[in-house]
Each structure stands twice: as structure tokens, then as C-alpha cells.
Design a protein around this ligand. Structure first.
Ligand code: PMP
Length: 426
């Protein structure tokens, strides 16, 4: 038994499923999860002292690679001054100024402690601001696990959502409409009937929680248009895409401006952080300026602000995102070439430093159905073949992959050599 397997067995006695977040349990790919004891640069190192090229990056935050010395130093320096005050700090203003300068749609921002909190708060704000209850989300998009957002499509067009988890009251789900991603006609049709009741549309501008599905041309632009037409607040959930697909996020990459945005992951540099913000007129509705309540004991935590600020400054250097994007393109082209050589039907998607791998014969991946039609069982075999050779992809066929600036030539070659053997073995 490996030490990871041993630790997993112990973990399951007192932690549900042995993990503190479900996808870590490897349920979707089978087998036993790696227990990690150290991470540096592009690598994670498990309890059995095996090294893996890491394409998960803590699910997105580690865009500089693990343990970047300047990020660690900034946290160490802050440590000397205490862990948390529950009172304002100069760093929080620096963070707000930096976020608002990097993302021009942001006039004001509030820090929270997770992506879930950010989206939950943004939706409450949109409802408070508009005085409307209904929200629209898209099938296959994930926005954290708050009640209003754990909702899937009801049957047929224009039906209200049904809870996607026990514990979510049907009455809550009734306020959430779930529409097909990348289908602007469905949005127009829905708004033509219920438009005046809709508080907000929340969307992942690149869907990263059903593998990686880029928006089709016109989808985000169409959302902007219909939101303006019906007085609906447009929320881009940039928890995953923010500061990753471009320095200014997906809104900069695609040139579409939302009313509110949510962030997480990179904005905290690996510490537990989320943020939401946007138009001044809307943000002024938040307590203590306005009546919409939102708060947090650890919000704006100084260690988290130190890690996040240093990360944002380091990724602001010119050329950073181009380099990342280029590595990602070479990785995907290399994988495609090796899959083609082995006659394995395989498609990839990419937006900047975010990517998707599909065992599929489809020409393009644009919808939830396209994702579901890919071969998840084959992905699981590929995942394990790569893992055995020291490459760690997300342990699920429905999660996006992430690259970091610490991924270089050696990691690329190691990955592609392993993939050549894996595709041949499939
Ligand atoms: N929104 C998106 C787009 C996400 O990808 C995630 C998490 N992966 C969340 C919200 C929730 O963030 P957290 O896990 O920090 O609560």
C-alpha cells in the first residue's frame, strides 16, 4: 500500500469521502487520490515522494507556479505583523485600486473569502438593486455551492429550475432559470416572456466547470445586448478566468463589459479569497453604504491580501499572459499530434492559459451536450496512464486544465513523451 493510499484510508474515518472538496476524491476517474506534502514551481510532490507535472494548480490560483519566492516572502513579512485584525488595512485599499485598474469595468470591489461567497453576494446585490427575484444561469456552469446556484434545468424550455442537490428547497430553485450555454436565442426567447422579472444573468464567460467550453462568437455580446434591453444585471463569474485568460480576464479577452464581476483563485494567490464588484451605482447598494447586507470576519485578511497583491503585481509584467498562452498552445498541439498519430479521436479547447481535453470525434466543442458526448471512460484511462508517468491532470473529464508560468521546456517534453505512450496504450 502506498502512503497516499494509507492516508486516504485514515482520512475516510473522520472526513466525508476522505476529502474536504468532492472532486479531490478521484471518484470520477477511480483509484486513490494523491496526498500532497509539498509543491514547487510546476510540480506537486506526494507523500510517496513522487513528483508530478501539475496541470491543476490548486484549481487555478497557482498561475506563477507553486511557492513563488516573492509571494512566499510577502506572506512571511506579513506574518510578523499578525494574522487577522478585523479592522481596515492599507493593503485592502491597494488591492481594490489594483483590481479596479486591471479590470476597467470595476469601479468598486469587495473582498470575501471564497468564490462561492463572491457569486452568492453578487446575486443578492443584483436582486437588491433591481428589486427582482428571478436569476438566469446556464447548464454546465458552476458558480459555487450556494442554494440559488445549485440548480439544474427543468424539463423543456422556459421551465424553472430544479434543485441539483438535496437540501436545496424547490422554492429557492424556482427563482433560478437554467438555459443552454452558448444559445443566445434561448436567452432572447426567455427574456421576451419573463424579462421584467429577471434580476441578473450569471455566466462563466469561458465555461470551466464542464471541462472547458469557450463562448461562441456573439454569445457574450448577445447577453450584453439583452441585459441592456431588459434592465438585467449582467454578472461575469470570472472566478476561474479572471487574471488568467488575460490580465483583464475574459471581459478583456472578448471585449464585453459586464455590470458585475466575481473573482477568486488568482486574486488570492493561493490563499482563501474571493471578490465581487463592478458598477459604482450597483456597488453603492452594499452595506454600510446601502441596504443590501454582506459581511465577513476574515474578509480582506492581511495574509491573503499580501499573497494576492504580490501575485497580481507579478502577473502584470508585459508579455506574461502571451508566454503562458504560447506554452498552452504548444502543449495542446503536441497532445493533438500524438493522439492523431495513435488514431485516437481527440479534441482540445483553449482560451489563454486554460484548456480542455476531450476524447471525442466532434469537430468542435460548444455545448453541454458536446461535452457529455465525449468519452469520459477513455479520459479516465488516459488520466491514470499519465499519472503513472508523473503528469497530473484534473481527476475528472469535466474540469478545465491550467498552466503556469513555471511550466517550461522540460515539463512540456515530459508531458508529451508520456502522452505518446498513453495514447498508444489506449
Ligand atoms: N465560480 C467558478 C467559475 C468556479 O470555477 C468556482 C470554483 N471552482 C466557484 C465559483 C466557487 O469558488 P470556491 O470554490 O472558491 O467557492
Amino acid at each position: 500500500m502506498s502512503r497516499s493510499e494509507d492516508l486516504f484510508a485514515s482520512a475516510q474515518k473522520h472526513i466525508p469521502g476522505g476529502v474536504n472538496s468532492p472532486v479531490r476524491a478521484f471518484r470520477s476517474v477511480g483509484g486513490s487520490p494523491l496526498f500532497i506534502k509539498h509543491a514547487e514551481g510546476a510540480y506537486i510532490i506526494d507523500e510517496d515522494d513522487r513528483r508530478y507535472v501539475d496541470y491543476v494548480g490548486s484549481w487555478g490560483p497557482m498561475i506563477l507556479g507553486h511557492g513563488h519566492p516573492e509571494v512566499l516572502d510577502s506572506v512571511r513579512r506579513q506574518l510578523e505583523h499578525g494574522l487577522s485584525y478585523g479592522a481596515p488595512t492599507a493593503m485592502e485599499t491597494e488591492m481594490a485600486e489594483l483590481v479596479c485598474s486591471l479590470v476597467p469595468s470595476m469601479d468598486m470591489v469587495r473582498m470575501v473569502s471564497s468564490g462561492t461567497e463572491a457569486t452568492m453576494s453578487a446575486i443578492r446585490l443584483a436582486r437588491g438593486y433591481t428589486g427582482r427575484d428571478t436569476i438566469i444561469k446556464f447548464e454546465g456552469c458552476y458558480h459555487g455551492h450556494s442554494d440559488s446556484l445549485l440548480v439544474k434545468a427543468g424539463s423543456g424550455a422556459l421551465t424553472f429550475g430544479v434543485p441539483s442537490s438535496p437540501g436545496v428547497p424547490a422554492a429557492f430553485a424556482q427563482h433560478t432559470l437554467t438555459l443552454p450555454y452558448n444559445d443566445i436565442a434561448a436567452v432572447r426567447e426567455t427574456l421576451s416572456t419573463v424579462g421584467k422579472d429577471v434580476a441578473c444573468i450569471i455566466v462563466e464567460p469561458v465555461a470551466g466547470n464542464m471541462n472547458c467550453v469557450p463562448p461562441v462568437p456573439g454569445f457574450l455580446e448577445g447577453l450584453r445586448e439583452v441585459c441592456d434591453e431588459y434592465g438585467v444585471v449582467l454578472i461575469f463569474d470570472e472566478v476561474m478566468t479572471g487574471f488568467r485568460v488575460a490580465l483583464g480576464g475574459a471581459q478583456a479577452h472578448f471585449g464585453v463589459t459586464p455590470d458585475l464581476s466575481t473573482f477568486g483563485k488568482i486574486v488570492g494567490g493561493g490563499m482563501p479569497v474571493g471578490a465581487f464588484g463592478g458598477k459604482r451605482e450597483i456597488m453603492e447598494q452594499i452595506s454600510p453604504l446601502g441596504p443590501v447586507y454582506q459581511a465577513g470576519t476574515l474578509s480582506g485578511n492581511p495574509l491573503a491580501m499580501a499573497a494576492g497583491l504580490t501575485t497580481l503585481r507579478l502577473i502584470s509584467r508585459p508579455g506574461f499572459h502571451d508566454e503562458l498562452s504560447e506554452y498552452t498552445s504548444r502543449l495542446l498541439q503536441g497532445l493533438q499530434d500524438r493522439a492523431d498519430a495513435a488514431s485516437v479521436p481527440f479534441v482540445t479547447t483553449q482560451v489563454g492559459a486554460m484548456f480542455g481535453l476531450y476524447f471525442s470525434g466532434a469537430d468542435a466543442i460548444q455545448t453541454f451536450e458536446d461535452v457529455m458526448a465525449s468519452d469520459a471512460e477513455r479520459f479516465s484511462r488516459f488520466f491514470h496512464l499519465m499519472l503513472e508517468q508523473g503528469v497530473y491532470f484534473a481527476p475528472s473529464a469535466y474540469e478545465a486544465g491550467f498552466t503556469s508560468i513555471a511550466h517550461g521546456e522540460a515539463e512540456l517534453q515530459l508531458t508529451l513523451d508520456a502522452a505518446e505512450r498513453a495514447f498508444a496504450a489506449l
